[in-house]
Design a protein around this ligand. Structure first.
Ligand code: HEM
Length: 212
């Protein structure tokens, strides 16, 4: 491999780590935080795990299609927490008209994922944490086109499959093996988000008690 190509490969791998590490870990931290605030949601997820995975086993990717409630929790965490509230900067390649607005060629465009996820008219109660909004009457996941945590189009997140697989395994394994609660006599930690390139929770403590 020549030097230029090696540098390019190193920078490309750096892109993957920068784009993939904090987004994935913040999603998991938020998921743990919301489990402290919503113990009934946690219990419901654990009964789904007990039925589908069973006590002596660990969750694997093949369980995903049968763990709809776990998937809905992660989707709702992504919707309400908006870890990546705006997309990367893009450029209009030609004069474009969107909803009556003229976007001239070469304009820098950033789309607000936050506005889509918190749209009152579409979601009805966007401020409420309610994983059930992603589950239909048959207990299957609803694919809502307003749910766009990885953005849309050609430049949407290329790490989506990896991210979805890794949280599913981490989150379901944690919930299967532990009850998550606040330290005794501690108030519930804040749901406030720290603003940066991505959003993350304030530092908080949680107690993990083995379930088995
Ligand atoms: C919770 C996890 C993740 C979320 C919410 C997320 C979200 C996003 C969003 C919103 C974009 C911007 C798309 C746009 O500009 O329209 C993006 C881009 C990108 N993501 Fe992710 N991402 C996550 C995980 C990952 C992982 C695990 C990787 C890599 C292993 C990754 C790699 C990238 C890269 C390379 C881009 C730039 C794509 C491009 O410009 O063509 N992401 N991501």
């Amino acid at each position: 491999m020549v030097k230029g190509e090696k540098n390019q490969l190193v920078v490309l791998l750096l892109d993957m780590f920068m784009a993939g590490a904090e987004t994935t870990s913040s999603t998991l931290s938020f998921a743990v935080l919301y489990m402290l605030h919503y113990p009934d949601v946690q219990k419901h997820a654990q009964s789904e795990l007990d039925i589908t995975v069973g006590k002596g086993n660990q969750p694997v990717m093949q369980h995903l299609s049968r763990l709809s409630y776990i998937e809905a929790i992660i989707m709702e965490v992504q919707r309400i927490c908006n870890i990546a509230p705006i997309t990367a900067a893009h450029r209009a390649k030609s004069d474009t008209k969107v909803s009556g607005y003229i976007i001239p060629k070469d304009t820098t465009v950033l789309a607000s994922i936050y506005s889509v996820h918190m749209d009152n008219e579409h979601w009805g109660d966007p401020e409420n944490f309610r994983p059930e909004r992603f589950i239909n009457n048959e207990g299957k996941i609803i694919q809502d086109e307003w749910f766009i945590p990885f953005s849309l189009g050609k430049r949407r997140c290329l790490g989506e499959t990896l991210a979805r697989g890794s949280w599913f395994l981490f989150f379901s394994t944690i919930l299967h093996n532990f009850i998550i609660s606040s330290p005794p006599a501690e108030p519930l930690p804040s749901l406030e988000q720290i603003d940066g390139a991505t959003l993350c929770p304030l530092p908080f403590y949680a107690v993990f008690t083995p379930r088995f």
